[in-house]
Design a protein around this ligand. Structure first.
Ligand code: FES
Length: 573
């Protein structure tokens, strides 16, 4: 049943006949609006993560206007609300520290103001989970507007992919195969339009996940940021959110265990970023749905990877869009999905992909001829990772997926930077590089340090991949035999803290094992003599973060923001 105007949430602010509502209406008029502009209309928040330093969202001021056009068309009243512009490029020590900040800000922006529905504008890695976590907790009608990928990079006729090719050519530069001049030319060509990273990194992964969860307009996540279809999609978000308010269609009406399983399946089929695991666990937690790392592994094992996109494959998001985009990919894997899952379009996922088709089968493969037989992420357990660790086997050299080698341990990233290229470092291609104190609390903020650099002397010998282990994350655009998210982390006394130079470490991806081959008595002695490091923060947001962030296998949400009783609506007096 449709809502009536006096059932709108904003009616509590604008609809009364008392002193407060006088104030609320008079201040709307202060901005030049007439009663006809807002009276009895759904107030639609456009939560915009634009900033001059959020390079992936540089088109968002235009897109916000295009959303407003749709809201006005459908009879709503649009209001733009800026929110924490978490950006991957510039925020230190790690934008991951601020994902929960954005989630809290989104939730409270909506709760504290006369908002009936919301269009969430994000795309750069952490903005998608941050905005959605807040919106799921607040549970007002919501549509997610993904920023869209930037155009392909270009250098001397070579296609460059965000991140992936930066890492690749940086290794060549350190090996002496690329000149300063060529490196500078690449800098000019690798990021040449608005939009988020155009490899299948965390941004493309998370927007694809948002779409599969049913939280975007159909097809929205694949449209390049500068394509005119992106602007039209933005306007359609504005029109649709007004209808959703009248229908009272909220995120938790759309989300279910089935929709999260669909999202994990899509994540595996696209060869998505390992970061998606942390964000999906956190997002599901906000909807009161528990996701266990073992579920990711089970879905990974039954889901072939069919997107041929860097860093696991060859192509970029622009090619993916022209090949049919996410709708086409979901159609290819429809036998693995629950097609009855609801979406914000008001239709089922199955309905949304009914007319989709693949236009380039080199970019989007079929289940019969996949890029890889199993999905892009494997979850490992063992005495080195009792609560789990992850690896992206599709982006690693095959020979390393079953490997035992001696550890070369770095106490933290500063130690790694100081010694990794030391000619005297006792390391060879069979060594296992270990980085400690790079997790949620240890770094802090679990930065994307997990693709540890290959020592220069090994690069010169032609080595391009090694087993690397840390409690850090890795950029979705990175690659290599990197074991990540080791939980519990070393900073809180997880077993990774006790690894010493020369210890043998066994990685067996097929058996999903990660073992430290050290005698249990010896480990107990090391544990007993272990000294924790002092905390990084005594005050401010850092101290709040440190007091409440959960470990990687629980999604790194704040413990007090995970599902609990809903917060009451604010009183208005
Ligand atoms: Fe924004 Fe990669 S830097 S998505």
């Amino acid at each position: 049943m449709k809502k009536s105007p006096d059932q709108l949430r904003s009616h509590r602010w604008f609809g009364g006949n008392d002193l407060r509502s006088f104030g609320h209406r008079s201040r709307a008029k202060q901005m030049g609006y007439a009663v006809e502009d807002f009276d009895g209309k759904p107030v639609i928040a456009i939560v915009n993560t634009w900033s001059d330093l959020t390079t992936c969202h540089s088109h968002f001021r235009d897109r916000a206007e295009e959303v407003k056009r749709g809201v006005w068309q459908a009879g709503g009243f649009p209001v733009e609300l800026p929110a924490m512009p978490v950006n991957e490029t510039y925020m230190k020590p790690s934008p991951m520290m601020y994902r929960n900040f954005l989630a809290m800000e989104t939730e409270e922006l909506l709760r504290s103001q006369p908002i009936d529905g919301v269009v969430l504008m994000g795309g750069c890695d952490k903005t998608t989970p941050g905005l959605l976590m807040g919106a799921i907790s607040m549970n007002l009608p919501s549509v997610y507007l993904p920023a869209g990928p930037m155009l392909r990079g270009n250098w001397k006729g070579q296609v460059l992919g965000s991140g992936s090719d930066m890492w690749k050519f940086w290794a060549e530069k350190r090996a002496g195969n690329i000149s300063d001049c060529e490196w500078s030319e690449m800098e000019d060509g690798i990021a040449r339009s608005p939009g988020h990273c155009m490899t299948m990194g965390t941004a493309s992964t998370m927007t694809a996940i948002a779409e599969t969860l049913g939280l975007t307009m159909p097809g929205a996540s694949s449209i390049p940021a500068v394509d005119a279809n992106h602007a039209r999609m933005a306007t359609s978000c504005g029109r649709r959110i007004v209808e959703m308010v009248w229908d009272d269609m909220k995120p938790r009406d759309v989300l279910s265990k089935a929709s999260f399983k669909n999202a994990i399946t899509a994540d595996m089929a696209i060869g998505g970023s390992t970061n998606a695991i942390i964000h999906l666990v956190a997002m599901a937690g906000r909807a009161g749905i528990r996701l266990d790392l073992r579920e990711f592994d089970a879905i990974s094992q039954r889901t072939p990877m069919i997107a041929n996109l860097r860093p696991s494959g060859e192509y970029l998001m622009e090619d993916f869009y022209y090949a049919g985009g996410l709708r086409a990919l979901l159609k290819q894997i429809s036998s693995l999905l629950d097609l009855n899952a609801l979406t914000v379009s008001g239709q089922s996922l199955g309905h949304n992909i009914e007319t989709a088709g693949v236009f380039n089968d080199r970019v989007i493969h079929s289940l019969e001829h996949p890029v890889s037989q199993s999905g892009g992420t494997a979850v490992l357990y063992g005495n080195l990772a009792p609560d789990g660790a992850v690896i992206k086997p599709t982006a690693a050299e095959r020979r390393l997926l079953e490997h035992t080698g001696p550890a070369v341990v770095f106490k933290d990233y500063a130690d790694l930077e100081a010694r990794i290229d030391d000619e005297a470092l006792p390391v060879d291609q069979d060594s296992v590089l270990v980085l400690q104190n790079a997790g949620p609390l240890g770094a802090p903020g679990m930065p994307e340090w997990g693709m540890l650099p290959i020592p220069r002397k090994l690069l010169a010998q032609g080595v391009r991949d090694m087993v690397r282990i840390s409690d850090a994350r890795m950029s979705g655009t990175s690659y290599g035999a990197c074991v990540l998210h080791v939980s519990p982390e070393s900073f809180v006394g997880g077993p990774l803290a006790f690894v010493r130079d020369g210890d043998l470490i066994e990685l067996n991806v097929a058996e999903r094992r990660l073992e430290l081959r050290v005698d249990e008595n010896e480990l107990a002695q090391r544990r007993a003599s272990w000294q924790p490091r002092p905390p990084h923060y005594e005050r401010g947001f850092g101290a709040l973060y440190a007091a409440h962030v959960t470990q990687a296998h629980r999604g790194c949400d704040f413990d007090f923001l995970e599902a609990g009783a809903d917060t009451a609506e604010p009183e208005i007096h």
